[in-house]
Ligand binder design. Structure first.
Ligand SMILES: [Zn+2]
Length: 586
């Protein structure tokens, strides 16, 4: 057994993936489902099979073993993945030289450089030259313990401290420059990219330092906040500040607090709310929103109360609504940002405010009230129309109606007018209701295997779907799904999980979820063979049923003395039997 196999046998895929995706046990033992981290979805089509130690998504087709999962999600090479999983599970690694290629060598060097840099910055904060930064932290009420927890540091103004330290290691000039922590002068010499700044290390989801944010100590140093440029280990659009510390709390509480800045994260964290993250000096992206959704269903947006903050909040909220999250908004009084608010009013008051944060719609209604003339009925109607756009994004019909009613009361708009607006917008857009999981019939194993095979492989669909005639599917529990799949495959639309899902009744969707969650296929290449075997088996079952029926007819005919007829049925049976021998399931 090589090291990779040995490691794989010692880790549990459910535990590893469970750190990235909220998994729910599903039905039979050893199966778990959750929202796919590789594509955007609102109903789970991502399943993890503990017995077989693999994962599979029927939305986007991603699938594989524990290594492939971590490689794809963390953007690591195979050797890095081995190292990460081995470290986390306390399995000793063989010499690194066993696993080297150019890309993983560079990434490993960059991680090393960042670790060294974090130490250099941390030491400088404690040293005499860090006094200005220490004084700033003290003014902001950041305790020594928090400095430790967040690994804060100081980049000294000379621009030589880090370069000098890195020169003692055997990094190449390319590696240094690729780290974005070191810059190159025309004469080929190097200097530190961060100078005279308070340093906030930024970690990836696994807790490794991959970048820094630096806050200027003097007004003349611009910009106030400077962030690392992107590198092979730092992709801004998918990283959230503090995620590696927040994710346990996010999964436990089912919520996350999104704030704007590093100091806000530290302030809120210090108030005992561990489930807090921030985007790193960029506006929120889809990738970050999806990352949030992997760990929690509810987001509480707590941005600065100024105009820029409110506008950024509004944009972020739209992204969260599109992703299907519950959104609440915390607007703090006194024009304070979260960090200042905690300092002035205490942790308890802040936590209480957080628990009471109003839904997104009430917050939006308040903004509408400020924008329109609420003394006239026209103004009130305009305010309501302003809310309608966001309201349309609530996919659950009942929930949407309830919110609309609530908002009408809040804004003082005639309920009759609301209803009218609603019918109009409902006619414009038909949203499939969020799929319930009814405790209805369950899908038989053979149908389930066939369905999964057909979903996985176009080859299987082309060959096998035409063989699924009326007669074969007649007795199917999931007949609706096979018919819908047949129609979908015959149309121009691509065959996707969501495409199929959208064509089904609630009952059909329930069966589809069962089938997908129970999928056991390891390799798409096997899908065609699996589909063929299923069809042969199902056809054989059909013939057996026909045989039984014929047998019944023979008996009746014999009993009633119609010998000739009985012989006719027997000949019929012989024919069927021979047919059956010919198509015996291997
Ligand atoms: Zn997927």
């Amino acid at each position: 057994m090589n090291f990779a196999e040995q490691l794989k046998s010692q880790v549990d895929i459910v535990k590893v993936i469970g750190e990235y995706v909220r998994l729910k046990r599903s039905g039979a033992s050893g199966r778990y489902i959750g929202l796919c981290p590789f594509h955007q979805e609102k109903t789970p089509s991502f399943s993890v099979n503990q017995t077989r130690q693999f994962y599979k998504c029927f939305g986007c087709g991603e699938g594989g073993d524990v290594f492939q999962f971590v490689m794809k999600l963390d953007g690591l090479t195979f050797p890095e993945t081995l190292k990460l999983i081995a470290e986390r599970n306390g399995v000793p690694m063989p010499q690194r030289s066993d696993y080297t290629d150019a890309e993983s060598k560079l990434k490993a060097a960059l991680l090393d450089i960042h670790e060294i840099a974090a130490n250099v910055f941390r030491d400088a904060l404690r040293a005499p030259q860090g006094s200005e930064a220490r004084a700033y932290l003290e003014r902001r009420g950041v305790s020594g313990e928090l400095v430790e927890t967040f690994g804060l540091g100081f980049a000294e103004p000379s621009g030589q401290a880090l370069v000098r330290r890195l020169a003692q290691e055997r990094f190449t000039a390319e590696q240094l420059e690729a780290s974005a922590l070191v810059r190159r002068r025309d004469d080929g010499s190097h200097f530190d990219a961060f100078r005279g700044r308070l340093m906030f290390p930024i970690h990836n989801e696994s807790g490794k330092v991959i970048a820094f944010g630096g806050r200027a100590m003097r007004d003349e140093d611009q910009p106030k906040y400077l962030n690392s440029n992107e590198t092979p280990i730092y992709r801004k659009s998918s990283v959230l500040y503090n995620l590696h510390r927040a994710r346990d709390g996010m999964r436990r509480s089912g919520r996350v607090v999104l704030v704007e800045g590093y100091m806000d994260v530290i302030g809120v964290f210090a108030a005992g709310v561990k489930e807090v993250v921030a985007s790193c000096g960029t506006s929120l992206t889809n990738g970050q929103v999806r990352t949030v959704h992997r760990h929690s269903d509810t987001v509480i947006v707590n941005f600065d109360p100024d105009t820029a903050g409110a506008n950024a909040a509004e944009k972020a909220i739209q992204l969260f609504l599109d992703e299907g999250l519950h959104v609440r908004v915390l607007a703090l009084d006194g024009g304070l940002d979260p960090d200042e608010y905690v300092k002035q009013n205490g942790a308890d008051t802040y936590r209480k405010k957080l628990d009471e944060a109003s839904t997104y719609f009430h917050w939006l209604a308040d903004r509408a009230r400020a924008r329109f003339d609420m003394r006239t009925s026209d103004g009130r109607m305009d305010a309501f129309k302003f809310l309608l756009e966001a309201l349309k994004k609530v996919s659950d019909k009942l929930e949407r109606a309830a919110i609309a009613n609530d908002l009408a009361g809040y804004l003082g708009v005639e309920p009759g007018l609301i209803l009218e607006q609603f019918k109009k917008s409902a006619a414009e857009r038909r949203t499939p209701a969020a799929a319930p999981a009814p405790a209805g019939p369950s899908i038989p194993a053979m149908e389930q295997m066939l369905l999964n095979a057909l979903l996985a492989s176009e080859e299987a669909r082309v060959e096998v779907l035409p063989q699924l005639g009326e007669a074969v599917t007649q007795g199917f529990v999931a007949r609706e799904i096979f018919q819908a799949l047949g129609n979908l495959a015959a149309s121009d639309a691509p065959v996707t999980f969501s495409g199929l899902h959208g064509r089904l009744s609630a009952a059909g969707q329930g069966l589809l979820h069962q089938a997908v969650a129970a999928d056991e296929m390891i390799d798409d290449a096997l899908a065609l063979e699996q589909a063929r075997r299923c069809v042969r088996r199902l056809e054989a079952d059909l013939k057996k049923r026909e045989l039984d029926e014929l047998r019944g007819r023979v008996k009746t005919a014999e009993r009633e003395g119609r010998v000739e007829e009985a012989l006719g049925w027997i000949a019929e049976m012989e024919k069927l039997r021979r047919n059956l021998e010919g198509s015996r399931v291997p």
